[in-house]
Design a protein around this ligand. Structure first.
Ligand SMILES: Cc1cc2nc3c(=O)[nH]c(=O)nc-3n(C[C@H](O)[C@H](O)[C@H](O)COP(=O)(O)O)c2cc1C
Length: 202
């Protein structure tokens, strides 16, 4: 069976620059032999965490919505690609709400000491973060990176690689920058190749 990667889009625009970047990374991962499932966070019907803490004792969240069927998918996936624009110096609200719901994984790992992700999966799982910012500030990606690193720890999918593109308000359209799209393809190819054992580089 091919390795399974989840590609998680944080942008509400299915054909925006972040989506273009993600599509290239997906193409790279697929070319390297992985299967990729695309999930668009803004399309999910999910509530923000209400701190009911049902997950302190249970492997699920008490709030049943589009998060519920994704728990097994995130337990079983072999790696993750997150592609998100910077919004208010962090990840967009919908994506953040989705990430917060993974308190289910946090409680299993840190409170019950009974992780939801198997040892075998933990060894192989990696996260590739792709992010775009409108502005060109030195700390543009600090918020997105901190949140993503924390999320990666919670879901046992180690933060492994990143591609940050700044100044998008001036660049306007990523199609004008084929070298940046190619860089995303190569990141995806690397991730897929590491999973299939076909990647020769570092
Ligand atoms: C609500 C909102 C907040 C934003 N906040 C920031 C920000 O804090 N810093 C920044 O550099 N760009 C910010 N941006 C610009 C986006 O990161 C930029 O337009 C990006 O290219 C959007 O990607 P997309 O079109 O693929 O969704 C913001 C955009 C929106 C809509």
């Amino acid at each position: 069976m091919k390795p399974q990667i989840i590609a998680l889009l944080g942008s509400p625009l299915p054909e925006g620059n972040t989506a273009k970047l993600l599509n290239k990374a997906i193409a790279g991962a697929e070319a390297a032999g992985a299967d990729v499932r695309l999930i668009r966070a803004p399309d999910l019907e999910i509530s923000a965490c209400r701190e009911f803490y049902f997950c302190r004792e249970n492997e699920t969240c008490i709030m049943e919505d589009d998060f519920t069927p994704l728990v097994p998918a995130f337990r079983e996936m072999d790696s993750l690609i997150i592609a998100t624009p910077v919004m208010t110096m962090g990840v967009p609200g919908h994506l953040k709400s989705f990430m917060d719901r993974f308190q289910v994984f946090f409680c299993a790992k840190y409170i019950r000491k009974d992780r939801l992700v198997s040892k075998e999966k933990r060894r192989m799982r990696r996260t590739l973060l792709l992010s775009i910012s409108g502005m060109n500030l030195p700390n543009n990606f600090d918020g997105v990176k901190l949140t993503t690193e924390s999320f990666c720890d919670v879901i046992d999918c180690r933060y492994d690689d990143e591609l940050f593109i700044r100044d998008m308000d001036n660049r306007v359209d990523l199609d004008r920058f084929p070298e940046l799209l190619q860089a995303a393809y190569e990141k995806g190819f690397r991730l897929g190749g590491l999973l299939t054992g076909t990647y020769a580089g570092a």
